[in-house]
Each structure stands twice: as structure tokens, then as C-alpha cells.
Write a protein that binds this ligand. Structure first.
Ligand SMILES: Cc1cc2nc3c(=O)[nH]c(=O)nc-3n(C[C@H](O)[C@H](O)[C@H](O)COP(=O)(O)O)c2cc1C
Length: 194
């Protein structure tokens, strides 16, 4: 029997890189795995920013411009994505440092990652302080989605076909594999596989 305590737990989150720019147009890119769904009407996503004991370029750029992008990572861009977590000086863009390509959509202020197959444009709604550990929950509304694959009739995206990656513990990466799809659970029914 293996016992896992709260200290051992690391949730497996989808891995994404967050693209921002400051008010001078200086671009910035960082991996974030803490992205979480917060509701669908309006479509809200949250993500956790570490305590701002050191400069947090993503957080300060979002505060300045109120916009950012979430870009899924696939195997062909994994090394560059991971490298973006290095602490580069503010004046160095992780796009230039890693060779990833910034691409802009109309007048949306934050850069998207051209290599990414699923790109989401976000608009700031709120930033909440988490008193328990000094982190901050950044809440944004989905205002734009760009996908290299078609969206299915039921609204689902083929994350496996896009080879989207997941991560744990800031250094370990996983590919996704579909396992099962189940109907909406009802108290008077046993689980129904679709
Ligand atoms: C796989 C992975 C996931 C990460 N997830 C987060 C996260 O959810 N929140 C966070 O604040 N930092 C996260 N980090 C660390 C940031 O990417 C790192 O602190 C980065 O330097 C921040 O850059 P910035 O100052 O440009 O925002 C993660 C790093 C890796 C490698």
C-alpha cells in the first residue's frame, strides 16, 4: 500500500505557454500548467501565478495590458517551451531566445505562438490574492480561439490529434491518449459509455 499525502500531490494539468506583451510592446512567453476551467457562460479560465517575490513578467504584463494568450504545447515545440521557463531579463523576449514565432491577430495586443496548434486569446476579468500561500489567481474571459483542427459538432476539440501535452512537477511531460467517453452521470443510472 502506498500512502500519498497532500505534500506529495501534484495535479496533472494540460500544459500551455502564456504569451504577453508589456505596454511598450515587449513580448514575453512562459509555461503555465495551472490553467483551470472556471465556467462556460461566460467562458472563463483561471491560472495561478507564483508569489511575486521576484519579477513576474507574465503577471505584470497582464496587469498592464489586460490581455494574454494561452498556447498548447506539442512535442515538436517542447524543448523551446520548457526553455521559456528560464528567468530571462525583462528586455529579453523568450520568443527571440528560443526561436519560437510570435504572431498577432488583428488588434489583439498579446502575441500568439505560431507553432502552437491551439491558441486562445484571453481578456482579464479579475486577479484574486490567495492568502494561504501568496499566489494569485488570474481570471480571464476567452475572447478568441484558433485551432489547427476542426471543432466537432458537439463542440469538442481533438486534443489528442493536436498532440497537446500535459505536465507534472515542472519537469515531466506526458502525451495524451483517449481512454473513454461517458454520458452525463445520473443518480438513478449506472455509468453509460458513449
Ligand atoms: C512545466 C512548467 C509549468 C509551470 N507552471 C507555472 C504556473 O502554473 N504558474 C507559475 O507562476 N509558474 C509556472 N511555471 C514557472 C514559470 O514558467 C517561470 O517562473 C517563468 O520564468 C515565469 O516567467 P515570467 O517571469 O516571464 O512570467 C512553470 C514552469 C514549467 C517548466
Amino acid at each position: 500500500m502506498i500512502t500519498i499525502t497532500a505534500a506529495d500531490l501534484e495535479a496533472m494539468d494540460k500544459l500551455a505557454r502564456v504569451g504577453t506583451t508589456n505596454s511598450l510592446g515587449q513580448t514575453n512567453l512562459a509555461p503555465f500548467s495551472s490553467v483551470v476551467h472556471l465556467g462556460s457562460r461566460p467562458a472563463l479560465l483561471g491560472m495561478i501565478s507564483r508569489p511575486d517575490l521576484v519579477e513576474r513578467h507574465t503577471l505584470s504584463n497582464i496587469t498592464e495590458t489586460r490581455h494574454w494568450t494561452i498556447n498548447h504545447v506539442h512535442p515538436g515545440m517542447l524543448d523551446a517551451a520548457h526553455q521559456c521557463s528560464a528567468r530571462y531579463p525583462r528586455e529579453v523576449s523568450e520568443f527571440d531566445a528560443t526561436g519560437l514565432t510570435a504572431t498577432f491577430h488583428q488588434d489583439f495586443p498579446a502575441p500568439f505562438v505560431a507553432e502552437s496548434r491551439l491558441r486562445i486569446g484571453m481578456e482579464l476579468q479579475d486577479i484574486l490574492d490567495i492568502a494561504a500561500n501568496g499566489t494569485q489567481l488570474i481570471i480571464g474571459k476567452v475572447v478568441l480561439i484558433q485551432s489547427s483542427h476542426d471543432i466537432a459538432d458537439d463542440g469538442s476539440l481533438d486534443l489528442c490529434g493536436m498532440e497537446s501535452l500535459a505536465s507534472t512537477a515542472l519537469d515531466t511531460y506526458f502525451s495524451l491518449q483517449p481512454l473513454a467517453r461517458l454520458a452525463y452521470a445520473k443518480a438513478d443510472q449506472t455509468p453509460q459509455r458513449l
